[in-house]
Design a protein around this ligand. Sequence first.
Ligand code: NAD
Ligand code: ZN
Length: 1594
Amino acid sequence: MTTLSEQPEPDVVKVSILNEESIILGFHLTKFMLRDVITIIPSSTYVICTDNNIASIYLSKIVDSFNLICSEITLSKGENASKPRLITYIIPPGEQSKSRDTKADIEDFLLSKACTRDTCILAMGGGVIGDLVGFVASTFMRGVPFVQIPTTLLAMVDSSIGGKTAVDTPNGKNLIGCFWQPKRIYIDLIFLETLPEREFINGMAEVIKTAAISNELDFINLENGVESIREAVLNPKRDIPFQGATIATRTPSQSLLLSVIMASAKFKAHVVTHDEREGGLRGLLNFGHSIGHAIEAILSPELLHGECVSIGMIKEAEIARHLGYLNQVAVGRLYRVLNSYGLPVSLDEKKVLDLVGKKFCTVDRLMEIMKVDKKNRGDQKKIVMLSSIGNTYEKKATDISDSIIRKILSPEIMVLPIKSSPNISSTHVTMKTPGSKSISNRALVLAALGDGTCRLKGLLHSDDTQVMLVALQNLGGARFEWEDNGETLVVTGGGGNLQIPDNELYLGNAGTASRFLTTVCTLVSADTATKTKKHTILTGNARMKQRPIGPLVNALRANGSQIRYVEKEGSLPIEITPSQTKLKGGKINLAASISSQYVSSILLSAPYASESVTLSLTGGQVISQPYIDMTIAMMESFGIKVERLEGDVYRIPQGKYTNPSEYVIESDASSATYPLAVAAITGITCTLPNIGSSSIQGDAAFAVKVLKPMGCTVTQTETSTTVRGPLIGSLRPLPHIDMETMTDAFLTASVLAAVANNDKGEECVTRITGIANQRVKECNRIAAMVHELSKFGVVASELPDGIQIHGSKIQSLKSPIDGVKCYDDHRVAMSFSVLGCVIPDGTIIREKKCVEKTWPGWWDDLETKLGINLLGIDFESSYHDSSEQADSFANKHLQDEKNVSIIFIGMRGAGKSTLGKAAAKALNREFLDMDHHFESTLSTTITEFIAKEGWETFRAKETEIFKSLLNTHSSGYIIACGGGIVETPSSRDLLKQHSKNHGKVVHIVRDINDIIRYLNEDVTRPSFNEELIDVWDRRKCWYKEYSDFEYVSINTSNINGITNEKDMTRFLKFIVGQDTNLIEPFDFFGRTRRTFFVSLTFPDVNPALPNIPTITHGVDAIELRVDLLSQNGSLPSVEYISQQLAILRRSSPLPIIFTVRSQGQGGKYPDTQEKEMFLLLEHAIKWGCEYVDVEIGWSPSLISKLIKKKGNTKIIASWHDISGTMQWDGEEVRRRHRVAQEYGDIIKIIGRANCLSDNFKLQNFVESRHSDKPIIAINMGADGQLSRILNQHLTPVTHPLLPSKAAPGQLSVAEIHKSLHLIGQLPKKKFYLFGTPIAHSMSPTIHNTGFEVLGLPHYYDIFESEDVAAVKPIIEDAEFGGGSVTIPHKISIIPFLDQITEHSKLIGAVNTILVDENKNGRKLIGDNTDWLGIFHSIKDSIEINSKTTGLIIGAGGTSRAALYALHQLGVSTIYVYNRTQSKITELIDNFPTFGIVPISSLSEPIPIPPQIIISTIPATSNLEIPNEIFSFGKGGIIVEMAYKPRRTKLLIKGDEKEWIGIEGIQVLIEQGVWQFKNWIGKKAPKNIISQNVYQNYN
Ligand SMILES: NC(=O)c1ccc[n+]([C@@H]2O[C@H](COP(=O)([O-])OP(=O)(O)OC[C@H]3O[C@@H](n4cnc5c(N)ncnc54)[C@H](O)[C@@H]3O)[C@@H](O)[C@H]2O)c1
Ligand SMILES: [Zn+2]
């Protein structure tokens, strides 16, 4: 153990700010810092403020060293010197602590500790602590000195510097604060070692931002130092104590880390010094933030600030590129650097989508938010424009017009047709297209090995070339410098003199680089070896470590090179030992049937061998000969001529490459086809100066072989190509062309063929063949082209190895309404943008971003170089914001829509306060009772006020107070109004206004007779002068009219475990969009799963309530067939329906489908009452039903009106063909589908089968339709049953416990599963429990019950073994469907699996094996559901808020799952008790951010008493359970993890204290239910499982 007293005197660096050297950086600064602080800020009291996370790791050590240093200092000053005191204050972590309340808490604390002006405050923590504590210091005693000790990367480089302090308010972040400069900022990088990875990455965004705007050299450091910097923080070396404190002990990684952080801090300090209060210069720091902040406003807290800024930087750089200020090279570098540190670079990255769930950013919304930024004016926004890496276009932000921002932000783009003008044919464009990757890589190696200086022009900038460059640099082989903003790379060749690099050469996943460099590394000189550097090591990422390199290594080894595989035989990493003879040379044999890159690799290095090389290719067919030819041709350009002897034998002379002074990298030939095709289709002229007739790329023949015969004028030199198109509309078809040598160009040719015709009215067919390989590219490109072309009205069809296209007249083509789908394929996108250049109405290209794969700047080039106008389009926006919504967006500003205050209205006694309070807790809002507010504002009681002033004055005053309340409490509240609020017209107007501003007004309805009964018991309220029933009659219309939603509160307190409070929470979360309770269509692996809903056919659901859990087994939603309800034999009233719905919601958490089927559609509702029916449907939306079924046959005006109001409710647009005449292959069904697609979120079409084959027609229809919306397609009748079995999405099902089937032919879930099994669609799988002893395990009962109830063919068995290896054959068997793992295999199983989930990684154990089977193969995945059992047991029982704390007893294996569960539940302080403290320390080490607080005795008073206690120790341990642990009071929850006895001592004691007790067996069952769900994609039937388990268990 090292103690702080041994901490050496650190070497520090100082940065000056505001003309004082007050920023100090280094490693292990604690003692240095304390001594410094005590000396320069002498005070009587020092206060350290920090948060829980940091305190638990660092605080005690710091306190110790403070005492130590104080003693030292007082000693040196003599006995009488007074010793300063140190006090500490800890707040909960997180942004919510940055509040006025916490500020007040700290101040009260300081005052209570008698702190005076003579106090110095130390803010130790991230930005939250720094901002908050700085603000406290600024006003405490009119300002006391303070010190920043930043512990997050963000705080080190940004928030601690500059003196900005602030707290948040419900109206927005950082709105209250001031400038208050810290006296010192101590940046101790050692803090970063405990920072969670995501927080580190978050801070990197600011570091990268600063380098990007200020200094290219810093940026290069970041580019080259990714591995090293990440390692210094995430995986630091700890060879010696206090490593890094002194320069002598600093690792190279630490030095690099220090230098990049210092650079960032320095720049911020510089800006602050020269521009302390926000001006132009400071504005530069806003790079990435204009757009980043808008994203953050929507996606916070799911995305962190730096993550949003990262995406913002890319978007803002793209704007600069679009405007021609910045080139693609720079955008690419920015993109790669952000990406390499783990930051997101796009909103639709999987990582981002996973984090943000259902939230999304529409372009409209982003634009709206940016509008309110105070820096902007009119339709211009101020955005920082980069002009190159390290420089900005202006020394301040630049005005950018909205239309440009919109274009860049939009996910879709509309290509407008070229403006036809008489002189179009005189337009001549010259442009460069992206360089070829193959040629770029070869040129880099050649120039680096050559003698002299070579300017490489047009190099492709990609991950691959970047990696190659860095590796060559590290081999000392050459010098590289950029010119013309990265357009030219100046290579000073090293003539083949290479040295052993300092570190491993990390190649990421760059395949070409790994192959070429393998031979290059054999040329390294043995003389450069030292004691510590003996070999060259080539390595890469995980994917790279799978890719083969064997044949090449074999050939080199046979030739005498010493190469060793470091890990897996046949792949990187490899270690190459330099030899005196370098590459020996002479005869080399190479198996060349796998990759031509092996051949090129040897060819490129061969001239430097000790003898001239004769290379023989063996192994039969040599593949990709053109690439070998390319290498040989390029070697010749660098002065070495390779001779091809007979067959596949090459002789390479010895020599050195002579670098030509300039080498122009040829364009990628496939990319080149697009601008040339634009010329062909529009009639302009286009010249490409970087590809011509000498090219050896196959696609280079496109101009001559395709464009020329189609009627273009083509002129080519060796290195350039010029194409002039004929007049628009006069391209000629190509009867037949074989494109085997240029397959990638067939898409370009196809769009041209689509408009190729002649005036003679003949068939103008183009047939392209030889392109079969294009079926297996990014997508099936042939099918994609046929399909997308047909959307324009082009007739096209597939050929066995090609495509056939009928050319049409341009005027007859229409643009597809829903745009061109690109299948994430860059070539599809670019080809159709060529076609779009002439289509009259403008063509929308979806997923525009897919062009980034090969040509990120394509859209800019298409517009700015080729002159085609583009518009930004956002399908989501136009879909989500109707115009009226968009208007009110403008008023809403930044206010988060989801947080707008909710207002409750309704009769007194309806439950507004009780429910409101509970829901406010669950939604993390504040609750406010209007009546109380009234009373406290006027310091009177309402009864008194009315007695004195009368009702009229009361109402007037009420309105006045209500009005100001809506201003001050417009978000973050649930406000319960007095019952009479609707009596005053001006109050009603206020309610309307609130709804318009997206606030929600909810009417809490309760049966009036219940209310009367209830109120009669309460005498404290002022009485009305009239009968309650009359009051209700007068108000009820107003309540209806002025509310957006209606919540029906019922007397039953709890049905099937769902309380009123819980249901209220579900309702509110739904209406504000916090949790819309929608059906999850995907399984654990993201595959579409089958979903079902059960149609209830009860006339009254009440008697059936106990059966609801059983009836809903295996289904995903419940349909309430409203037309089948019956109130005393007649049509149900609105009230009756609302009651039924309310009861149903209390009996199941499943989403509800609200359906009113009319007689004409097979239901019972009268066909004549259309208006009444729509009234019911509108009510369904008001009641918060998740789904509403609407028949598309009703009046369109009624349907549209309904849909406008739908809010978060999803519409199922359905069509029932009761007549039985609709044919699935006819016109009618297509028409119905179109209409349904327009109205619905889900489409439902029900036909009738007259024979079995009608079901196949239905299947064909479903597969061939073009829509992203899910469809329910079914045939009624016995002949149609097959369609019910095969339907994928939301199949309606029945259950034996229902009185009747909702439709003829309906099946149950179990029946459908059994049928699927019989027809081979659901193979039987075997599941196992692994471990020992397990003979008495309940798991088989759990899972086999589940399988049986759901009709699944699977079987679960136990497999007992001591030796974990025995499970191997079982899990590898194809029949194996999944497994449970228990002691003793939970850890030892891991090596047998392909991967384990994040959960299990964190918990450190696997209890579940999942099988991920798809077309790419089969993978075994380890998961952990232990925590889920605990998590759900608690979540279903109590509401957790930010103040809830938990206690875990025990610190063994199970406690880890318990910890994880509590953390996932959002519990931020977790007390842990264990007999041995060291175990707790270990837990804290493993979960440093979980807020673990160790307690040494259970009877010690706990500051915030826990509401949750989890016991993870055996029931046999005779632990005393003191009363103190229950000091939370009634209503806490105990989770017991021990199974035997069923009622442990703890549970019994908990019972006495009126705590909820969860038995171990309950947790096991819950855990099993989730395990089952992860295997099967369905929740297990818990109630029957529990029954069976308890039967066997007791
Ligand atoms: N004043 C300014 O100029 C300025 C500039 C930028 C951001 N900010 C503010 O900064 C805040 C964000 O700061 P942040 O990103 O640092 O977040 P933060 O302060 O919330 O810290 C992030 C998390 O990391 C934990 N943590 C911090 N240091 C740790 C360590 N060394 N080891 C383990 N855990 C650690 C914290 O407890 C917290 O959970 C925001 O409120 C923002 O408004 C201010
Ligand atoms: Zn920032």
